[in-house]
Design a protein around this ligand. Structure first.
Ligand SMILES: [Zn+2]
Length: 225
């Protein structure tokens, strides 16, 4: 599913480093899935990724032949499994069920293995997106009721977010469908879902969150973040 052309392009994009690392397949599954979800909404960044891929191909073609390690093909194929523009799943489990019945989900998410929706807190539900746990990222889809706030929190590592439906606001502005945010350990914020409707967002987090509210700390073990 591509959003219809009448939808505005996202206004918050991944930076050039994220896009280039996505193009060459060096991002961990969690942030790669968040970037892939953004790409489903964003023709501008899709074009940049294609340019990075073309540049990478040109560089490869310009290299002198060198002896390859014995496991070069195996390692390359393993890396390609993490690249999703060709339609392959991000997870290495190729037997994973592919489709989710939720029509709202963009293609990058419909190819993933999703856990069941679970209660997180009043007005907030979450479902796990199964990625390789060895890479240190937890990935969740959250549905936050209109006007609800996610507890104030900081981070011990990077947090990548892409809005799938609806919108939220925080200290960095308003994030609508397809908008992406990347924050590091220096940032404390409290995203607030738009009062106009539920906000569905995909979040990949490395390391546990530092949640400041009592309620947040109480539900943290339930969410696993
Ligand atoms: Zn973009």
């Amino acid at each position: 599913m591509r959003p219809p052309p009448s939808l505005p392009c996202p206004t918050h994009h991944p930076d050039a480093e994220l896009l280039s690392r996505h193009a060459v397949g060096t991002l961990a599954d969690g942030p790669a899935l968040v970037v892939a979800t953004h790409l489903d909404f964003c023709p501008i960044c899709r074009q940049q990724v294609r340019a990075w891929e073309a540049l990478g191909g040109a560089l490869l073609n310009s290299q002198r032949p060198v002896a390859l390690a014995d496991d070069a093909l195996e390692r390359t194929l393993a890396r390609l499994e993490g690249v999703h523009l060709d339609g392959k799943p991000l997870t290495t489990d190729v037997s994973a069920p592919a489709l989710d019945p939720d029509p709202v989900l963009p293609p990058a998410l419909r190819r993933q293995r999703l856990g069941p929706w679970r209660f997180v807190a009043p007005g907030i539900r979450g479902r796990a997106v199964r990625v390789n746990p060895a890479q240190g990222y937890k990935v969740m889809l959250f549905r936050v009721a209109a006007g609800m706030a996610i507890p104030m929190h900081g981070h011990r590592g990077q947090e990548y977010t892409c809005v799938v439906d609806g919108a939220f606001s925080d200290i960095f502005g308003r994030f609508g469908s397809g908008d992406m945010a990347a924050v590091d350990a220096s940032v404390d914020h409290q995203p607030l879902a738009s009062p106009d409707g539920d906000c569905l967002c995909l979040i990949a987090v490395r390391g546990r969150l530092r949640i400041h509210s009592l309620l947040g700390r109480l539900v943290q073990p339930l969410v696993g973040l």
